[in-house]
Design a protein around this ligand. Structure first.
Ligand code: TXA
Ligand code: MG
Length: 343
């Protein structure tokens, strides 16, 4: 929905800014996913964000700003490479982790020495931050561990009335969370692939290191374990020939002695399924992420496709590979983290 067709968006922003100023919690749209925001300077309000999301306190929040210059008030230093990167790619789906100033409460950074900063391109998000007059600390507006919301409807379905207000700003244009780059070490490090392609980042600052998973959990606590979980177990398959294998996985099939009744399939594009007639009869739903094989469109549609398959009541979800370039890195990351890890 174009921004100007959304019901009284300026009125919603004004009201929400008041809620934030009074220490409340507001769900709001960004170009990536909906966020669940509170004043980054209000420890009590930030604590409520953790409570509403049922998020462990060791997993820090991203602080959202409405102008590039404002990071000077939050970061103790801004390395030259970070400056160049934000100059080139902000506003947009990019988060940078920089050494924090003491004004940023420890609850927001989960006691880490760095603060994650992001300038969203979504005009409603920026309007809200500006009107609130404070940076807004916000994780994605889902319950901890489940799929991130890309519409106000998704937020309502998961959080109900737990937030003080939900701004309805239509669907998110990028649809997958921001790419996170840490500048806490000598060399910039990728903490999370996301809506900005790594290729575009390296074109500005040169090589970025991609940590092993143990190192990653150390640098970014929220990157551990299963996330983005659908209710139906999701299994990644190398090709359509592997779909039947789902029936034999204990915990995926309730009764591995019988074939599964309903399988949902996530495929990058129709070209990923050259012969739909040859699919096992149990495949009752297919979600093509992009009809034209476009990785941006696929990233944008991923979370909604996962939700639709859950809503269709499938017993399991099979996910075919997505090309590992551009936003494909983020898509494969989310599928990997959504995947069934055994009982
Ligand atoms: O696109 C996005 O980034 C969305 C929108 C709302 O801006 N936000 C989002 O937040 O995805 P969240 O909380 O769901 O994911 C943030 C990730 C977590 O994995 C967290 O561990 C990491 O960023 N993170 C946050 N602050 C950090 C810090 N100070 N140091 C290292 N990692 C941090
Ligand atoms: Mg999240």
């Amino acid at each position: 929905m174009p921004q100007n067709e959304i019901h009284d968006i300026d009125g919603q922003i004004r009201e929400a800014a008041g809620v934030i100023r009074r220490g409340g919690v507001v769900a709001f749209p960004t170009e990536t996913v909906y966020g669940l925001g509170a004043s980054a300077f209000d420890e009590k309000a930030a604590a409520r964000v953790f409570e509403i999301k049922r998020r462990p306190y060791f997993d820090p929040l991203i602080v959202h700003v409405c102008e590039k210059d404002l990071i000077g008030g939050l970061a103790a230093s801004v390395p030259e490479a970070a400056r160049r990167l934000t100059d080139a790619l902000w506003p947009g789906p990019l988060t940078v982790v920089l050494p924090k100033k003491p004004v940023v409460p420890d609850i927001v950074t989960a006691g880490l020495p760095g603060v994650a900063l992001r300038l969203p391109s979504n005009v409603t998000a920026r309007g809200l931050i500006r009107a609130a007059g404070v940076p807004i600390a916000a994780p994605s507006a889902n319950l901890f561990g489940s799929v991130s919301p890309t519409s106000a409807e998704h937020v309502r379905a998961q959080l109900g009335g737990a937030a003080d207000m939900i701004i309805d700003g239509g669907e998110c244009a990028v649809g997958i969370e921001s790419t996170i780059i840490s500048f806490m070490r000598e060399r910039p490090m990728l903490l999370r692939p996301g809506g900005t392609a790594l290729e575009d980042i390296e074109a500005v600052i040169g090589p970025v290191s991609v940590p092993e998973s143990a190192e990653l959990v150390n640098q970014s606590p929220g990157r551990s374990g299963t996330h983005y979980a659908t209710s139906a177990p999701l299994v990644r398959v190398g090709g359509v020939g592997e779909i039947e294998r789902l029936s034999r996985i204990d915990g995926v099939n309730a009764d591995p002695s019988k074939p599964m009744a309903k399988i949902g399939l996530i495929a990058f594009s129709p070209a990923s399924v050259p012969d739909p007639a040859a699919l096992p009869p149990s495949v009752v739903n297919i979600e093509y992420l992009s009809a034209s094989g476009d990785l941006r469109e696929a990233a944008c549609r991923l979370f909604a496709a996962m939700r639709r398959l859950d809503a269709a009541g499938v017993d399991a979800i099979a996910a075919l590979p997505v090309p590992a370039a551009g936003l494909g890195l983020a898509i494969n990351d989310r599928l990997g983290r959504a995947a069934f890890k055994g009982r």
